[in-house]
Write a protein that binds this ligand. Structure first.
Ligand code: FAD
Length: 517
């Protein structure tokens, strides 16, 4: 296939000597992969279509406000520290990470609240305040989470899962832990109060999973929070992305922004380079795609016959939900809304029904639940003095459902609904204070990140779309091609994509073993 391009690919691969790794995408998963490959001895080139590194973890500036576009909560910070150590560097010298306590507040329409925090006794009091009879069940749920953490995160989540044997070996443990049960079902077995069930089971929504269908392995998130805390990087996740990009360039790697890859090229059946949208050819000894797995197979490998990740299979996969995100600044509000902290989850009246409308029925409804980010509480530099920077995130259907939402038409009416909900429930007087405003819809995710169906977090992390069943880190379709990031093992979220680079490092050949073609 495409052998007539061989001489040009060979010339560019060997130009500077040594094995050359091309990484498509400078998301956190792509940057972590580049760091690990650079530390291993590869000569690395990262190619990304956007203006700045970080992918979903980049930021946007408007009228003196700096908005984190995507991730805001950093859990399991030791994953970053280990990544830096693998490159002979010290994470804490490069990034100012602050532990937050309380972690976040959850509010319900009846006025009740739940504050997640570090201290065990305070957490028990919170549970008892909502439902005195549920304290023992809550403690059992925490023990469930801890068990699942040791198996699902430390073991399974950090090692390759591409061989059938890998799967067969873990099946008994999956069975023992009733991984077939949903995280909501596990919470419902442990506590009676519906609000607590929500508070213990909503976390998969942050990585694109429907809590009523994703595996109870995700109970491990409560354990992650309790054991390792909830953190914020001063400067936002974009500051982490910039620090990662610096490590890559210090290692001698190259990062090219505004460089969109149009196709992965093969030579003698192996990945041998890429062609950019501009027509430029870049040769490589290995290619790593941090682009969405769906985009990688459906678009970048469109001319290659595929056995597993065919267009049909990708179409029939269940995709994570879409996201509507309203980024807004407010003037003169630092003394206002004093009970609104850094992270708030603002529930509407429905939990299960709303999740089903979003994930199953694919319907945009009038009611909503929001995650509200107010980083100016921790990092005043994100807004002009006396002002605030916010974002409000509403999970919405992705664009692959029958009769998808036309966001060209709906973005502004829906933004107004979000504003009204916030004015009624959290930020009275908001309408008179807005000083900056921008909106991302699933169409933005489709066009900006090239996410299939505009999904927020790639393929949904249901059990039959996880581990061995997810697109593998070592491509099933083309030798010499590897995957990292949200769409591959172990999955979405910062811990997931950073761990995917660790898995990648274990499956790529040692540079000395790479035979220059
Ligand atoms: C609104 C939001 C909030 C979130 N909150 C949290 C949170 O609080 N905590 C948490 O842990 N996680 C959170 N997440 C999830 C987390 O941000 C993502 O799972 C993770 O950042 C994905 O990283 P990635 O490297 O897989 O991909 P991406 O960040 O999507 O990066 C992929 C990059 O590849 C580029 N690309 C794609 N195709 C091509 C091509 N053909 N050529 C060149 N470049 C290409 C894209 O433009 C992009 O820059 C959130 C996500 C969103 C959207």
């Amino acid at each position: 296939m495409l052998t007539r391009l061989d001489p040009e690919l060979k010339r560019t691969a060997l130009a500077a000597g040594g094995p050359h790794a091309v990484v498509i995408g400078a998301g956190l998963g792509g940057l972590a992969s580049a760091m690990r490959l650079g530390a291993k001895g590869y000569r690395v080139t990262v190619l990304d279509r956007l203006e700045t590194p970080g992918g979903r973890g980049a930021s946007l500036s408007q009228n003196g406000h700096r908005f984190d576009l995507g991730p805001t909560i950093v859990t399991v910070p030791q994953l970053f520290r280990e990544l830096w150590r693998a490159c002979g560097r010290d994470f804490d010298s490069d990034v100012d990470l602050r532990a937050l306590d309380p972690f976040y507040e959850i509010r319900w329409p009846d006025g009740s609240r739940f504050t997640a925090q570090q201290d065990d006794a305070a957490m028990k009091e919170e549970v008892a305040r909502l439902s005195p009879g549920d304290v023992d069940g809550y403690l059992r749920f925490l023990r469930d989470g801890e068990q699942r953490y040791h198996f699902g995160f430390e073991d399974l989540g950090r090692r390759p899962m591409h061989r059938l044997l890998d799967l067969i070996r873990v099946l008994p443990k999956f069975g023992m832990m009733r991984a077939d049960r949903s995280v909501y079902a596990l919470a419902a077995r442990r506590v009676r109060d519906e609000r607590l069930r929500m508070a213990l089971s909503f976390h998969p929504l942050f990585i694109g999973g429907d809590p009523f269908h994703v595996t109870s392995m995700y109970a491990l998130v409560c354990h992650l929070e309790k054991s390792f805390g909830v953190h914020y990087a001063i400067g936002g996740v974009a500051a982490i992305a910039r620090a990662m990009a610096r490590v890559v360039t210090d290692q001698g790697g190259t990062i090219r922004q505004q460089a969109e890859v149009d196709e992965i090229l093969l030579s003698r059946g192996r990945a041998a380079g890429v062609r950019l949208g501009s027509g430029e050819l870049i040769g490589a000894d290995i290619v790593v795609s941090n682009a969405d797995a769906g985009h990688t197979y459906d678009h970048l490998l469109r001319n290659v016959p595929r056995r597993r990740w065919t267009a049909r299979r990708l179409r029939r996969s269940r995709w994570s939900m879409g996201l509507f995100v309203w980024y807004f600044g407010t003037r003169g509000t630092r003394g206002m809304w004093s009970d609104v902290g850094h992270h708030t989850i603002l529930n509407g009246a429905r939990y299960r029904g709303l999740v089903e409308d979003i994930f199953i029925r694919g319907r945009l409804t009038d009611d909503m639940s929001l995650y509200v980010h107010r980083p100016s509480v921790t990092d005043p530099g994100v807004a002009p003095e006396g002002d605030d920077t916010f974002y409000a995130l509403s999970p919405v259907p992705h664009l692959g459902h029958a009769d998808p939402v036309d966001w060209q038409e709906m973005a502004e009416p829906y933004r107004r609904k979000v504003q009204t909900f916030l004015e009624d429930q959290l930020l009275p007087g908001l309408g008179d204070r807005i000083s900056a405003s921008a909106v991302f819809t699933p169409e933005t995710f489709r066009d900006r990140y090239l996410s299939p169906h505009g999904a927020g977090f790639s393929i949904e992390p249901r059990i039959l779309q996880s581990a061995y069943f997810r697109p593998h880190n070592i491509s099933e379709e083309v030798p010499g091609l590897y995957l990292s990031g949200a769409g591959t093992h172990p999955g979405a979220g910062l811990p997931g994509v950073i761990a995917s680079a660790e898995v990648l490092e274990k499956v790529v050949p040692e540079p000395a073993e790479v035979t220059p073609r």
